[in-house]
Design a protein around this ligand. Structure first.
Ligand code: AFP
Length: 355
């Protein structure tokens, strides 16, 4: 049993006291936690709940939707539609933002979310998660698309839930990043990981190595050096992990350090990256920055990006400070022509990647 238990509600009352907006934000985060508990219960049932498998539908991203994607989406929409705190929402699973009928109470916030991240893991019983971001809604009128398209540095709160061996809820309201573990017997989230801090250095990296030939030279350089380990410039050996759920990979990084990369690549030249800015990269960058890490595209801070579309994709390099800074330096070297090695044919011959 965890000593001196602080529940999520008690924690939020303490962190968000003062102006009415603050207590409304606390109430909204409690609502989000309720949706998370419902999704946690659904995912835990697995095959017994009849929740596995795909549907015939395809979302706006062109991805086949899983049953649990839509059930999780509905859990969030139900929560936001009835809570009286949200004026509009945007989800990975909805083509356009949805306005909440003001007759249902309206609200002072906009909620953006990926209801179930890592869908490919569902059917194989590997960790998945939910990601959320909260922005301020306009006052006195219904939200329009430009109200959502604000840089991530404007987020009032952000976080994620991970449905793993235990369910955890990790959040920030700009006062550090804190982790809560679901006590299933009583249905409460308990503060178990206050003020998370990502170690500045790491010997672990996460990237889908099957995309290697599509990466830009600075990322190829970084990964080559990690793989060369103690025989090369890094002077130490590295380890690699890839869970295929951004939530689970970033959660590991929050717990013990590391760097997660879904960088710009040439696999599909029409897409700048794989991950979505508004409900994946922005909230995760906020959480990671509040824990002392960095969220970058390799060329700029993610939280400074001026969004253009609700489902916009961006390159993501996120995690331990010194590693992300090194990757940013490699991008600068490459862009300024200092580093020709990784664009020269010679590299192709010498690289460990050339088999
Ligand atoms: P979904 O949003 O479809 O669940 O995809 C998850 C994800 O966007 C992200 O969480 C993973 O890091 C990434 O996809 C995994 O992609 P790969 O297919 O390249 O492993």
């Amino acid at each position: 049993m965890h000593q001196g238990r602080t529940t999520l509600s008690k924690f939020l009352i303490q962190q968000l006291k003062g102006a009415p907006e603050q207590s409304d934000l606390a109430a909204l985060l409690v609502d989000i936690a309720a949706a998370v508990k419902a999704i946690s219960a659904m995912t835990a049932k697995g095959e017994l709940g009849g929740v596995l498998g795909s549907l015939d539908s395809i979302n706006v991203q062109g991805e086949t939707q899983k049953k649990l994607d839509l059930m999780s989406n509905q859990a969030f929409i139900n929560t936001f539609s009835t809570g009286g705190l949200v004026a509009g929402l945007a989800s990975e699973e909805n083509d356009d933002p949805v306005e909440i009928d003001p007759r249902d109470g309206g609200g002072r916030f906009l909620a953006l979310f990926d209801p179930l991240d890592g869908s490919s893991n569902i059917d194989v019983n590997v960790s998945v998660g939910s990601i959320f971001s909260v922005l301020r809604a306009p006052e006195g009128r219904a939200p329009v698309i430009t109200d959502y398209l604000r840089p991530g540095k404007n987020q009032l709160a952000a976080g994620y839930a991970i449905y793993g061996p235990s369910t955890m809820f990790v959040l920030t309201v700009g006062k550090g990043t804190h982790g809560f573990t679901l006590d299933r017997e009583v249905g409460n989230f308990i503060l178990t990981h206050p003020l998370l801090q990502i170690p500045e250095d790491t010997s672990e990296f996460a990237i889908n190595a099957s995309n290697e030939r599509f990466w830009e030279p600075p990322v190829q350089r970084y990964v080559a050096e990690c793989k060369n380990g103690s025989t090369d410039v890094r002077q130490r050996d590295f380890n690699m992990r890839w869970i295929a759920s951004m939530v689970a990979d970033i959660h590991r990084i929050l717990m013990r350090g590391g760097v997660f990369m879904y960088p710009r690549d040439t696999k599909d030249p029409s897409k700048e990256g794989r991950l979505r800015l508004m409900y994946e990269a922005n909230p995760m960058s906020f959480v990671v920055e509040q824990a002392g890490g960095i969220g970058s595209t390799g060329r700029r801070r993610i939280l400074d990006i001026e969004p253009e579309q609700i489902h916009q994709r961006v390159p993501v390099i996120i995690g331990s400070r010194n590693e992300v800074e090194r990757l940013e330096r490699y991008h600068r070297d490459y862009d300024s022509g200092i580093d020709e090695k990784y664009s020269s044919p010679l590299f192709q011959e010498r690289s460990l990647f050339a088999s």
